[in-house]
Design a protein around this ligand. Structure first.
Ligand code: AMP
Ligand code: MG
Length: 342
């Protein structure tokens, strides 16, 4: 089968692959779909007792949602937000995510800022009542956005009064890591999960060939733009097509905001895909790099040395870091440029 046919068939094949049930070999392969964290999720694992592992994974996802959701009143995040400046003890999961969020907040120069939540809420991105807020409201709310004021010491978190936070930019990456850990502990050699735009893989496909992960075309989200051939990697995308609305003047506004001005980040990119070992890191980075934009994202990549990325620019170019060039198949007509270390 030639590549262009493969690209066209890819979404279909992926659907069929994920829908097929058990095949008996030394271990069994099982799949499950679920809806959690406001996202459609699909898991496929090959392991002894695969069905049981999937049930454990679904339970783990459910309990992480209860811990990390900004809207469930007993979650760690909701308790932090309601504490009015008092310290709150959180789970180990929350502490790990918070630490990563603060680290990437620093390394991205504040492009990732979990304390942006009040601004996101006023845009309605957290509730579905999306609208353009007035400038004064944004300016007021931005005065209380500053991730460097979050105090984290072990499992104790303190947020200054009148600040609120949300882990939506990186919670699904952590959730993917937790599921992969559970699969590994259960003896799985091969697994793939998709949590919305986040794909994470364990090992290779059961036949020993690499996983083929489709990256969505941000200009035509029902199409696959390219395929990345990976093993043991997280492939995590942030894009302006995932959650957006169009106002009465026809302007489009999307869910990833620039903490510098409180408006949707508009720094030359329409999507960012990060490939690396850890879902949490890649998820935090995908959002941060989207905000940083075309130039700064490349500077960040050269400094970090521990991830690869694929940027799609608003003028329709694919910029690919050199570590991905061997595992990349273009399914689109967009020109490709390779970003090198030099
Ligand atoms: P992702 O799809 O991983 O890029 O995450 C996007 C989500 O992160 C949004 O829906 C918001 O909840 C949140 N978010 C948006 N902009 C930012 C930002 N600059 N820093 C932190 N979180 C953000
Ligand atoms: Mg993210």
């Amino acid at each position: 089968m030639n590549m262009s046919v493969m690209c066209r068939l890819f979404p279909l094949m992926a659907g069929i692959l994920l829908l097929t049930g058990c095949t008996k070999s030394p271990s069994e392969t099982a799949t499950r779909d679920l809806f959690a964290m406001d996202t459609y999720m699909t898991m496929k694992v090959t392991a002894p007792g695969a069905e049981m592992l999937l049930t454990e994974a679904a339970d783990r996802i459910g309990s992480l949602e209860e811990t990390l959701s900004v809207t469930l009143p007993d979650s760690d995040v909701a308790r932090i937000n309601a504490a009015d400046g008092a310290p709150v003890t959180v789970s180990a999961d929350t502490a790990v995510i918070l630490q990563k969020a603060l680290d990437i907040g620093d390394t991205s120069g504040g492009a990732l800022d979990i304390t942006l939540y009040p601004v996101l809420r006023t845009w309605g991105f957290t509730t579905d009542e999306m609208h353009v807020p007035d400038q004064e409201t944004i300016t007021d709310l931005l005065q209380h956005v500053d991730h460097s004021q979050v105090e984290l010491s072990g499992n104790a978190v303190r947020l200054p009064e009148n600040m609120q936070l949300d882990l939506g930019a990186l919670a699904k990456g952590y959730t993917g890591d937790a599921v992969m850990q559970l699969f590994r502990n259960g003896g799985a050699a091969s697994a793939i999960i998709s949590l919305g735009g986040n794909v994470q893989t364990l090992g290779s496909r059961p036949d020993g060939t690499p996983w083929q992960v489709g990256v969505t075309d941000p200009f035509s989200p029902s199409e696959t733009m390219c395929i990345l051939s990976v093993e043991d990697k997280a492939v995590i995308t942030s894009g302006n097509y995932e959650r957006y609305f169009t106002d009465e003047n026809g302007s489009r506004w999307w869910h990833i905001l620039d903490p510098a001005d409180g408006y949707p980040a508009d720094n030359g990119l329409v999507s960012v895909t990060v490939v690396g070992e850890e879902g949490l890191y890649c998820d935090a980075l995908s959002t941060a790099l989207f905000v940083e934009g075309t130039e700064q994202a490349q500077i960040h990549w050269r400094q970090a040395q521990d991830f690869e990325m694929l940027l799609v620019t608003e003028d329709g170019r694919i910029l690919l870091t050199e570590g991905l060039s061997d595992c990349f198949t273009n399914c689109s007509s967009y020109p490709v440029e390779v970003i090198t270390r030099a």
